[in-house]
Design a protein. Structure first.
Lengths: 259, 287
């Protein structure tokens, strides 16, 4: 669903429909998206943008929380199944000194949210996975008291580069296995705020862009967005009704409000 | 240079591993596939290599105890200077730390000179006792025992040797060649990174592996090895070992243990036969 379709649907859902006009004053259609989105009678476009963004983050949050306790193998498999269109691959050549490499990911459109998997391809065309490690596990792996050492592994964290927070990958390569190899990283980026997605000067970034969420999660995003708009606009009656709707759905189906 | 060769080679690095098909890499790969640990998230390749080494050591130990032929070696050497006990000796440690590579010694033979033949295995105390010279019954006897890094030998007082140093003797072994028949320990993965290792190479099945890449275990025991490595991997990731694997390992080790028992019984019988002077067919061996 495009950003402007989401706006229109959300505005209709909260009973704050306004005609979407393009620059020529004609009503916008799907084929002819507007160049700017107008405010509604009660709800500002700015608020709809932010509520959509919060809703997208909420959905991601739920997904990430649901896989957080799973092992990496299962978690990455689930993510690739449910969000095939949101997982990107970057590749680069590893260049190491002292067995470690820090790779900033400032070429990403947004901050790194989740690494799905990493593999490397050496000079002989042999591919193998690079495991991901977190927390004390890393200290365990680099513990020199364990003579067995470790396969090359990766972790990710953030640093400040020129006062900007940048996502980083840190590779540990005890045995010089992957120095000079091609490294492929499959990852999820943070979604963009729809308000930031537009650029009036760049025709590639307009309201016709898709929301930064897998299409199957759009209904859930819109439901949350609706809830947030109601909450923010102090539309107490509508908000209460919506909450009842959520509770009712939970009660009946044991499911969250996602339809 | 008392020891000159092992299996006719001048270095233990020239010994050939026993497997015709299984390389360390193939064993590791098979175990990863079977335990579904291909993604090295939990089990590192180095861990598996250690599991393989431990399992090969164990199986090879059982095989050598059972006197299976696979790890048998023949060491050729001459006598060193006498041992502090007054016995003759061949020092195994002077040849590439051979004493650390040997599993056990079975037989010692004199292979040339004026007398050729088998040396009896005696207890060390018997040998030192005979050095006293009170007993004339063993004047021409040649015996051996294995102590630490030495093969100790007793030669009766009519035999010329570095320890006896006789002018006139029934026979002379001071420059004779001795063939020491025993069992070695298996050659193991060198544990170096794949880039420098001679044993663990990521050689795909489209290429022929180098001789060093094969495991030092007969192929018929590869299944047992893989089962054992699987069990170690599952133990490492804290997963219950399937009963099938446990049974398979127990069954195979049970077979080897009964072979060891049979071998031990054979030696006991042989020794008893020797004691009763019934040793014409089967020479006695070490117990």
């Amino acid at each position: 669903m495009t950003i402007w379709e989401a706006h229109r649907t959300l505005a209709l859902a909260i009973g704050d429909a306004v005609p979407f006009l393009d620059v020529n004053g004609d009503e916008a259609t799907k084929l002819s998206p507007p160049t700017s989105i107008p405010d509604g009678a009660r709800i500002l476009r700015y608020m709809r943008d932010n509520c959509l963004y919060r809703a997208i983050l909420k959905v991601y949050h739920e997904i990430l929380m649901s896989i957080a306790a799973l092992d990496k193998e299962t978690a990455s498999r689930i993510l690739e199944q449910i969000m095939p269109n949101r997982i990107f691959t970057i590749n680069f050549v590893g260049s190491f000194s002292n067995g470690t490499m820090i790779r900033t990911l400032d070429e990403l459109g947004n901050k790194l949210m989740y690494i799905v998997n990493i593999y490397t391809n050496n000079a002989n065309g042999k591919k193998y996975p690079i495991p991901l490690r977190y927390g004390i596990d890393i200290n365990g792996m680099i513990n020199s008291r364990n003579v067995q050492g470790f396969d090359a592994f990766c972790t990710h964290y953030a640093i400040y580069k020129d006062d900007t927070e940048v996502s980083c990958l840190m590779f540990f390569d005890d045995k010089d296995e992957i120095d000079g190899n091609e490294i492929y990283v499959r990852l999820l980026e943070y979604p963009r705020n729809p308000a930031d997605a537009i650029s009036l000067t760049d025709p590639d970034y307009n309201w016709n862009m898709d929301l930064d969420i897998e299409e199957t999660f759009v209904p859930k995003v819109l439901n949350y967005a609706k809830l947030y708009v109601m909450q923010e606009s102090q539309d107490i009656d509508a908000f209460a009704a919506l909450q009842m709707e959520f509770i009712g759905q939970r009660g009946q189906g044991g499911q969250d409000a996602n339809s | 240079m008392p020891i000159v060769s092992i299996n006719g080679e001048d270095s233990i690095v020239h010994l050939r591993p026993l497997s015709k098909f299984w390389t360390y890499y193939r064993i590791s790969s098979e175990a990863q596939v079977l335990t579904q640990q291909k993604n090295n998230e939990k089990v590192q390749e180095m861990n598996i290599r250690y599991h393989i080494n431990a399992a090969i050591s164990h199986i090879a130990d059982l095989l050598s105890l059972a006197a299976e032929p696979w790890y048998g070696i023949t060491i050729l050497g001459t006598l060193d200077t006498a041992h502090p006990t007054g016995l003759d000796r061949i020092d195994l440690s002077t040849f590439q730390d051979l004493d650390r590579f040997i599993h056990h010694i079975e037989r010692v033979n004199i292979v040339n000179g004026t007398r050729i033949g088998n040396l009896s295995k005696w207890d060390l105390s018997m040998m030192t006792q005979q050095r006293s010279g009170w007993n004339l019954q063993h004047d021409q006897t040649a015996t051996w025992t294995h102590l630490g890094s030495d093969i100790l030998m007793f030669f009766g007082k009519d035999v010329d040797s570095p320890a006896n140093a006789l002018e006139h003797s029934s026979y002379d072994v001071s420059s004779a060649d001795f063939a020491i028949v025993g069992y070695r320990q298996p050659i193991l993965d060198d544990m170096l990174p794949e880039s420098t290792s001679l044993t663990y190479k990521h050689t795909k099945d489209t290429d022929i592996p180098q001789i060093n890449e094969y495991i030092d275990l007969p192929d018929r025991y590869a299944k047992l090895l893989i089962d054992m490595v699987q069990a170690s991997i599952l133990q490492q990731v804290n997963v219950d070992i399937p009963k099938q694997i446990e049974q398979s390992i127990n069954q195979a080790t049970q077979q080897l243990t009964s072979m060891i028992d049979a071998k031990r019984q054979f030696e006991v019988n042989a020794k008893q036969g020797y004691d009763r002077n019934l040793n014409r067919i089967q020479p006695p061996g070490g117990i």
